[in-house]
Design a binder for this molecule. Structure first.
Ligand code: ADP
Length: 652
């Protein structure tokens, strides 16, 4: 191992992050202190955990704690902990690179617009690097617990592009972060200012945070925070602001949480949980490797971050802490998985999280905020968690034909309330996007009768309705599937035209389409469009098919059913067309249009264009002919009038 002074470059992402942060967090700079104290507290937690296996690391005399020193003369602020510390390699890795996957893509979204960028950085969480918002030089001296005094390391940087690292001697275990404040940041060397910041941001930290003014004559050290882990306090003792700050410490989120739930369970199993519903999604929510899960403590000793076992995957956005009195202190991820108490804790915590969502849902505006961020994740629950399907269904929000925009803000209960008297089904359409869904021929008849249709455009929706099947006894019906039963009004019930009456025409049309469709039927769902395609029986919905094909799956060939609207002029024209080749061409164009309207691709676009062109030309040609004919007739009439004139004169 080298112990020389080395100068190393930051990873590109770190450089980008530093630049982004300094520019965009200007109005929020004081949060750096929260981030540094948070790291110090994590370091103390980690030491206590390692000491479970290696008690020598933690002697009884040294109480774990965090010290803050301000030095007005030197214009420095230091955050000192006696926690786990970092080795040379750890310092290089932790403070020179960013290990979160997807960071590069994320940082590419930087625009230079302060507000936009500040929001981005909030989703990302800045941690240690936020020190550079107020400091033009940062020094980190650290000694890893268990290593010798002369194995300590000093890391130093101006936050520009590189840092230096060298071995030093350090008598104490742990880390000291010293900020050399920028010229105009003198306030962060003021005792009272720092004291109020600690109270504001870090009162909930479970270790004592002390504050000292260096170089002052009457300098005294005092403990500033209450030094009891927040979740161990009783609910009535904790203020809203404290809950919010604790959330920020846990999640590295900048925004406030939407809701929290703090509970102590006693009896056979004893544990405390504090769960939060965030207000914004982290940048890597869709990344499989992104950390998720709760922070696990056993008898107040930190055991692990991201304990995924306590909540199902579809609740991966929930943040929080579980502190168990019963789990063994040496519990590992594997042992946790096998613990007999785990399943009951998991179902209780799931219920708690869903109860919080139910509460949020009573405030539609607030719930919209939640739904916009996490709705798609929650939908996974319908497929994943059968036990809670009914609870989850009540929490789903949809865009429907009732709205005049694509906002997903209608609950299934809203739909039920608006159902027609004789309606016993919930209608939905799956489509690529809102515009296609709304303009779809499949919903024309339903819309004309003011029957509401759910417009489903998220990728997961096909699986969602597959998992739901029914809600409060009303089955879900795909409007793009054969045999759609649209509720009829009055004498319409008897006026139905049957396929039998039009057998010849339908068969002729199917023949003209060769084997592109399984059958041609009369539609009951169309009003303005001449035709639409529907899926037959057990066939996959077109939308699902498209998603599966895009993901590389090979699917057996399937043909749609073509449904036609006998009242549409184009279909009337077709049924009286005597020229076979025109009948064939027009039938194919009608099918192609039905496919295009549902957002499908044509198998033979060139053939389609050719047919259309020929129709357009013939149309223009016949128009020209008709015009010629009309002009000729006019001329004839005129001539006739001229000839007739003298006659009339004669008679006068
Ligand atoms: P985060 O805390 O979100 O992981 P940071 O950038 O704040 O991100 O810190 C990066 C890593 O550096 C931490 O995960 C931790 O391993 C290490 N680290 C930071 N501060 C300390 C500290 N005071 N003591 C020990 N390790 C630290």
């Amino acid at each position: 191992m080298s112990d020389k002074r080395e100068t190393l470059g930051f990873q590109t992402e770190v450089r980008q992050l530093l630049q982004l942060m300094i520019h965009s967090l200007y109005s929020n700079k004081e949060i750096f202190l929260r981030e540094l104290i948070s790291n110090a507290s994590d370091a103390a937690d980690k030491l206590r955990f390692e000491a479970l296996a290696n008690p020598d690391l933690l002697t009884k005399e040294t109480e774990l704690g965090i010290k803050i020193e301000v030095d007005k003369k030197q214009q420095t602020l230091s955050v000192i902990d006696n926690g786990i510390g970092m080795s040379r390699e750890e310092l290089i890795d932790n403070l020179g690179t960013i290990a979160k996957s997807g960071t590069a893509e994320f940082l590419d979204q930087i625009t230079g617009d302060k507000q936009h960028d500040a929001q981005l950085i909030g989703q990302f969480g800045v941690g240690f690097y936020s020190a550079f918002i107020v400091a033009d030089r940062v020094k980190v001296e650290s000694r890893r617990a268990g290593s010798a005094a002369d194995e300590a390391v000093c890391w130093e940087s101006e936050g520009k592009g590189e840092f230096t690292i060298e071995n030093i001697e350090r008598s104490d275990r742990g880390t000291r972060v010293t900020l050399h404040l920028k010229k105009d940041e003198t306030e962060y060397a003021e005792l009272f200012r720092i004291e109020s910041l600690i109270r504001k941001y870090s009162d909930h930290i479970g270790f004592p945070v002390s504050l000292t003014a260096i170089g002052e004559d009457d300098a005294e050290t005092k403990i500033v925070n209450s030094a009891t882990a927040l979740w161990t306090r009783s609910r009535s003792d904790v203020t809203e602001d404290e809950y919010k700050e604790f959330y920020k410490h846990l999640s590295h989120d900048f925004a406030d949480p939407l809701m929290w739930s703090h509970n102590r369970v006693e009896g056979k199993r004893e544990y405390t949980s504090l769960l939060y519903i965030p207000g914004t999604a982290p940048f890597d929510m869709w990344n499989r490797e992104a950390p998720k899960g709760l922070k696990l403590y056993v008898q107040r000793v930190f055991i692990m971050d991201d304990a995924e076992q306590f909540l199902p995957l579809y609740l991966r956005f929930v943040k929080g802490v579980v502190d168990s009195s019963d789990l063994p202190l040496n519990v590992s991820r594997e042992l946790l998985q096998q613990n007999p108490d785990l399943m009951s804790m998991r179902s209780a915590l799931t219920r708690r999280a869903l109860d919080m969502l139910k509460k949020i849902a009573s405030d539609k505006e607030k719930y919209q905020k939640f739904w916009g961020e996490f709705g798609q994740v929650l939908k996974e629950g319908i497929v994943e968690d059968h036990a809670n399907k009914d609870k989850l269904a009540k929490l789903l929000c949809f865009a429907t034909t009732q709205n005049d925009n694509d906002t997903q803000d209608q609950f299934l209960n809203d739909y039920l309330e608006r159902m027609k008297e004789d309606q016993d089904k919930i209608y939905y359409i799956l489509a690529e996007n809102y515009v296609t869904a709304l303009a779809s021929p499949h919903i024309e008849q339903l819309r004309s009768r003011d029957i509401e249709v759910l417009l489903l455009t998220d990728r997961i929706d096909a699986w969602l309705v597959d998992g739901l099947t029914e809600y409060e006894g009303k089955v879900f019906v795909d409007v793009a599937r054969e045999a759609l039963d649209v509720p009829k009004e009055g004498d319409e019930k008897t006026q139905d035209k049957t396929n039998d009456e039009n057998k010849d025409f339908l068969e002729k049309m199917q023949g003209a389409l060769d084997d592109r469709v399984t059958s041609v039927n009369i539609s009951s769902r169309l009003v303005d469009s001449p035709a639409c395609v529907v899926a037959s029986g057990q066939d996959l919905n077109t939308q699902v098919r498209r998603i599966l094909e895009a993901s590389g799956q090979e699917l057996p060939e399937s043909k749609p059913i073509l449904e036609v609207n006998l009242e549409h002029p184009l279909i009337m024209q077709l049924s009286s067309e005597e020229d076979d080749s025109r009948f064939r061409a027009l039938s194919n164009i009608i099918l192609d249009h039905a496919l295009l309207a549902e957002g499908s691709q044509l198998e033979n676009p060139a053939q389609y264009v050719k047919s259309i062109n020929s129709f357009l030309l013939n149309g223009t040609a016949s128009k020209k002919k008709a015009k010629k004919k009309a002009t000729k007739q006019k001329a004839k009439k005129k001539a006739k009038k001229k000839v007739a004139k003298p006659k009339s004169n004669e008679g006068s």
